[in-house]
Every structure is written in structure tokens, then in C-alpha cells.
Design a binder for this molecule. Sequence first.
Ligand SMILES: [Zn+2]
Length: 266
Amino acid sequence: MYLKSIYAALAGITLSASYFINLANAGTIYDFDIRVNFDSGLTNSQQTVFSDAENLWELFIVGYRDEFPGPGLDISASGQNIDGVGGTLGKTGITYGLFIPSYVYATEGTIQIDSADLLSIETAGNLFHVVMHEMAHAIGFGILWGPTLNDLLDSAGNYIGQYGLETYQLSNPEATFVPVEQDGGPGTAGYHWNEPYGGGLSELMTGWLDPNTTISLTTINSFADLGYVINPNFSVEQVPEPSTLVIFAFAIMGLFSRKYNKQYRN
Ligand SMILES: [Zn+2]
């Protein structure tokens, strides 16, 4: 086992590369544990939304594959001035990673929500959705797909990870890949399912926000390709028939225009 740094740059943010993780300090855990550490700029209610998102991801993702004693994931969450009202609403990056022969894991990440937009996002009922989306990236969705990382993309940039693809094939039997977004510019292209594939227009992990957000089993099971154990209730390894697929609706209130969303869904 050896450790390297992960350098992540998403849509206008460049996070410092980091160089090592101290496993002794990180502790040894077998269950997947997200620890959200709150920096400045988030009210109590906004922090609660982060905690809710943490809990839901920990419901979907329960451990490390191969009984690997993973270090968990520390996320630094804050409200910070990014670019004023509108435009970019949130930024996510992975700042530390753990490379083992079989997988590359995120161990530390940052999620920043633009302080100029935070209250309006919250008031519109979209903060949970936005944080769920960004937290997925912090765990590794999109960011850790590349050839030097978990190597889950084909030469055209589409997703060929085993478990995500198997789940997608339950409803798309002829598919040989899950289409990945190639439009939208840096931070969107290459980091999301190509809407409406991967779970439909409303899917959480497409590049654009749509009303009545849902999360597909393809999204959930894609984390198995990043080295995680999926809750058996949602795992493609445990789900024999498409009829048992469950889609979660988040009952998102309020609508954004696609163009507006295109700017912030990083
Ligand atoms: Zn995104």
C-alpha cells in the first residue's frame, strides 16, 4: 500500500494538492464514515442539511470492499463568497486520497457553498439536493473516475465501471456503457451522467438540476466501482429484478432554469 496525493480541480476552483495522509491519525474503521467538519459561514439549519446528506450517503454506502479498513472521509463544509449572487453556487474538491492497489479513495474533501446564494438555495428547498450532489463528488463520483484513479471510463469518456454499468443495464440491457456528460464545460463535462441517462432527467448526478430530484440505483451502485460496499437493500449484487428498483424522490421545491443550473452544477 502506498499513498499519493489527489489533485482535483473543478470548474473554477483549484484545490491545493496534498501529499500524505497519516493513517495512524486517521484511525482504523471498517464501516464507511463521513465526518463533516463545519467551517465558517453555515447556519445551524444549513449544517443540519449537511448532516442529513451525510446520513443518507452513509445509508447507501456502508463499508469498504475487500474488508479494507478504510480511513473514512473528512469533509470541510463552509459558506464562502465565491462569485456573488447566481453563477457558481457550490464547489467541491478532493484534497487527500488514499491509493491502494485495488482502489483510490477520497479521504478528505471540501464543499463550499456560495454565501451570496446560500439563503436563497435553502429557502427554495434546494440545499439538501445541492449538498447531496456535491457530497457525491466529495466521495469520488466523477472526480475519481479517471484513468490514473479508478479507471472507470472508456476511451470516449463514457462509464464502464462494472457495478454502475450492471445496474444501468437492468433498464438498458443493450448498453455497453453509461453515457457520461461531454458538454457543459469544465466541471460539468466528464463528471456527471449524460442527462437524461443514468437515471432520467431528474437524476441527482446529471449536470443539471431538474425538479423532483431522484437518485438512481445506477448512481448508488457506481460507488461500488469506487471500492465501497453498498447497502444490500440498494445493491445490484443483491437486486435480482428491475421491478424491485426503488427511486427516491427528494421532493425538491422551487425551480431553477437549466441555464442557471448549468452554471452551478459543478
Ligand atoms: Zn456535479
